[in-house]
Design a binder for this molecule. Structure first.
Ligand code: PRP
Ligand code: URA
Length: 209
C-alpha cells in the first residue's frame, strides 16, 4: 500500500489558500509556511515512540509519558525547506536539524546538490525531510537517497503542495518513506512549475526574484 497522506484539516486548507494568493507578501507568507508546517508535523509525528517516566505532581508521584529514545531530526531541503523548520521545532524543541542544499537546473529541472550536514546517529532517529514543493520529485528523491546513504532508516517526507508526477515518482523510488502532502495539485507546466501551485516557494519566503 502506498504510504502517503493528503492532509484534509480545514485550518490547513485555509492557510494553503492564503499561501497561494499572489497578493500574499513575504512576511505573511513566511508566517503561513511556519504555521502550516506545525499543523502538518502534529499529524505526521503521531507515531513518535513514547516511554513512561516517574514524576511528582503537586499531589502525588506518577508515571507519565515522554518522547522516547533518540529523538527527531528535521532536515530541510534548502532553501525553501528552511521556512518549515521553526514550525516543527516549536513542537519538538529537542529536535536536531540537518541541512541538504539542492537547486533545480533552470533548463533541465534536474537537481544539483551543493551542501549537506546531517546530525549523528541517523540510524536511530525519526528523520523528517521537509520542502514546501514536490514538483518533478527530483530534489526529494535525491535528498532521501543521501539520507539513506548516511544511514537514515525511518524517514518521513513532508511537503505543502505536490504535483501528481512528483508524488508518484517519490512513491515509486522510495516506497518505504511515509509522505505527507498538504494539497495535491493538478499538474506540472512546461517549466516544471506546479499548477495552480504558489510560484517559486524559495523566492516567496526570502523575498528574492
Ligand atoms: C524548489 C523547491 C524544491 C524543488 C522542487 O527549490 O523548494 O526543492 O524546487 O522541485 P522538484 O520536485 O522538481 O525537484 P529550487 O530548486 O527552486 O531551489 P530554492 O529553494 O533554492 O529556490
Ligand atoms: N519549485 C517551486 O518553488 N515551485 C514550483 O512550482 C516548482 C518547483
Amino acid at each position: 500500500m502506498a504510504k502517503y497522506t493528503i492532509m484534509g484539516h480545514p485550518l490547513l486548507q485555509h492557510k494553503i489558500t492564503l499561501l497561494r494568493d499572489k497578493n500574499t507578501g513575504t512576511n505573511e507568507f513566511r508566517k503561513l509556511v511556519e504555521e502550516i508546517a506545525m499543523l502538518m508535523a502534529y499529524e505526521a509525528l503521531r507515531d513518535l515512540p513514547i516511554e513512561m517516566v516517574e514524576i511528582e505532581t503537586p499531589i502525588e508521584e506518577c508515571l507519565a509519558p515522554v518522547i522516547a529514545g533518540k529523538k527527531l531530526a528535521v532536515v530541510p531541503i534548502l532553501r525553501a525547506g528552511l521556512g518549515m523548520v521553526s514550525g516543527i521545532t516549536a513542537l519538538v524543541p529537542t529536535a536536531k536539524v540537518g541541512h541538504i542544499g539542492i537547486y533545480r537546473d533552470p533548463e533541465t529541472h534536474a537537481p544539483h546538490d551543493y551542501y549537506c550536514k546531517l546530525p549523528d546517529q541517523l540510524e536511530d532517529r525519526t528523520i523528517v525531510i521537509v520542502d514546501p514543493m514536490l514538483a518533478t520529485g527530483g530534489s526529494a528523491v535525491d535528498a532521501i537517497n543521501y539520507v539513506k546513504q548516511q544511514g537514515g532508516k525511518n524517514i518521513k517526507f513532508m511537503c505543502i503542495i505536490a504535483a501528481p508526477e512528483g508524488l508518484q515518482r517519490l512513491l515509486d523510488e522510495h516506497p518505504d518513506v511515509q509522505v505527507y502532502v498538504g494539497q495535491l495539485d493538478r499538474e506540472l507546466n512546461d517549466n516544471a512549475y506546479i499548477c495552480p501551485g504558489l510560484g517559486d516557494a524559495g523566492d516567496r519566503i526570502f523575498g528574492t526574484k
